[in-house]
Write a protein that binds this ligand. Structure first.
Ligand SMILES: Cc1ncc(COP(=O)(O)O)c(C=O)c1O
Length: 445
């Protein structure tokens, strides 16, 4: 029987997913183009591996099983899958063409819209991936300041300057590795110890799950100003999610540059760099940042429609309210079951379920919950990326599933059978680290 969220009885049949997976073996390294979508992030043997359709907040896998999705394409689907107003805008543009031999008017129109809503958007450029624009921002900062070192906090994409800081950094020259260092979020000391007058730019995700404490964002901005260091907010997750103008608007802080992607075009591939006009001026005649598909029109049409819809429907307020019900509901269930080792954390627009080591291996606990949620028609990898299409019924259904699954988890922890009950290969760690690694030795020049 197909897994349907109303009628599901068992773990889904995933034969077609598994056939595709076999075909990809040895052909597509890691199987996936996006780590968070790949087989290491789902219980291998139980979870579906390929999705073929989405509508609203629901998705269907290659075998026809239906799920409520809480990943939403790893962030982009802020309004939901196959959202009529956006798809209509894409279709209308498709009738006229996808990409052209000269510039397209949408490049100007969308830039004007962004200037209205993003506090620092005196200048705007487009590209295709998040890494494109974080790397462009770094190059601009280096060109403008004449300095080379970078301090970062968060994840900023696959390019050399950032990936040199993580363990998976083969293929990057040593000279590059010596230029980027990290500091820990909410640890002003780690920031102040690292910053010196060689730092071209400080780039950070203004928030991930933890709220900033002790005015740290203002202190960072102030220190950057004093030292002539460029401040870049990486707003891939906060942009078009925390508020229409992102963390800059939410916290009332202007960064020198900011980078956006994910939610901006409800699933179409677009990224945006915004910033101070005098700074971005270096793009005119010093810094090279051009790419074939930068002004591709389907994505810009989608972005225009997404921005209009987000403003008109007050999407930010809705996703925050929906996310809050889910977060509070999860924490209430955990408290009622006296499970003190798991909780939902983060801003309500994007929360994460955590598992404490005191109850066992967190990845095994997560795998157990994931497996049981999949059985109940919920595609989950620890996050709640809330979209405008997640309905109250979706949330109520999810909370009823959590109630059952956390009850089962409680018994499994008590009986020490968590691993034994996982019917496939448990999920693997991601490399995503945001604190306490590759820090800069004090005053290293
Ligand atoms: C905060 C942040 N910055 C940058 C990126 C890189 O974006 P992309 O994967 O589109 O290159 C990501 C991707 O998840 C991200 O979360």
């Amino acid at each position: 029987m197909l897994n349907n969220i109303a009628t599901n009885q068992d773990y889904p049949v995933i034969d077609k997913s598994n056939d595709l997976y076999k075909r990809a073996q040895g052909l597509i390294p890691c199987y996936t183009q996006t780590l968070a979508k790949g087989p290491t992030q789902y219980v291998n043997g139980i979870a579906p591996k390929y999705l073929v359709k989405g509508k609203g907040s629901h998705v269907w896998d290659a075998d026809g099983n239906e799920y409520i999705d809480f990943n939403m394409g790893i962030g982009p689907l802020i309004l939901g899958y196959a959202y009529p107003a956006i798809d209509e805008a894409i279709r209308r543009q498709l009738d006229d063409g996808i990409t052209f031999s000269l510039m397209h008017p949408l490049e100007v129109e969308v830039a004007e819209m962004l200037r209205e809503i993003i506090p620092n958007a005196e200048s705007v450029r487009y590209s295709k991936s998040g890494a494109d624009v974080t790397s462009a921002a770094i190059r601009i900062a280096r060109a403008y300041t004449g300095r080379s070192k970078i301090l970062c906090c968060g994840y900023h994409g696959w390019h050399d300057w950032y990936v040199s800081t993580i363990a998976l950094n083969a293929g990057i020259p040593e000279a590059v590795k010596d230029l980027t260092f990290t500091f820990s979020f909410n640890d002003i000391e780690s920031f102040l110890l690292s910053i010196d007058d060689d730092i071209a730019a400080v780039i950070l995700e203004p928030v991930v799950f933890e709220a900033p404490r002790d005015n740290i964002l203002y202190k960072i901005a102030e220190t950057c100003r004093e030292r002539g260091t460029i401040l870049i907010f990486d707003e891939m997750w906060t942009g078009f999610r925390m508020s229409n103008g992102g963390a800059q608007e939410y916290f009332g802080i202007k960064a020198d540059m900011a980078t956006f992607s994910k939610a901006i075009a409800n699933g179409m591939p677009l990224s945006v760099l915004t910033g101070r006009r005098d700074l971005m001026q270096v793009l005119e005649d010093e810094v090279f940042f051009f790419t074939t598909f930068g002004g591709e029109a389907l994505s810009l049409a989608a972005a225009k429609a997404t921005i209009i819809e987000m403003k008109n429907k007050n999407v930010i307020t809705t996703i925050s309210a929906t996310g809050e019900i889910l977060k509070e509901g999860y924490n209430k269930i955990a408290a009622e079951l006296s499970l003190d080792f798991t909780k939902a954390i983060g801003y309500s627009f994007r929360t994460m379920v955590t598992f404490d080591e005191k109850a066992g291996n967190p990845l095994e606990l997560k795998s157990f919950v994931q497996q049981e949620l999949i059985k109940r028609g919920i595609l989950w990898s620890g996050m709640h990326n809330i979209s405008y299409s997640h309905s109250i019924q979706d949330i109520e259904y999810t909370l009823s599933a959590y109630k059952e699954v956390l009850g089962l988890l409680k018994d499994a922890v008590r009986d020490n059978t968590v691993l034994r009950q996982i019917r496939g290969i448990p999920v693997q760690p991601t490399f995503r680290k945001t604190s306490g690694f590759n820090t800069k030795p004090r005053n290293q020049k």
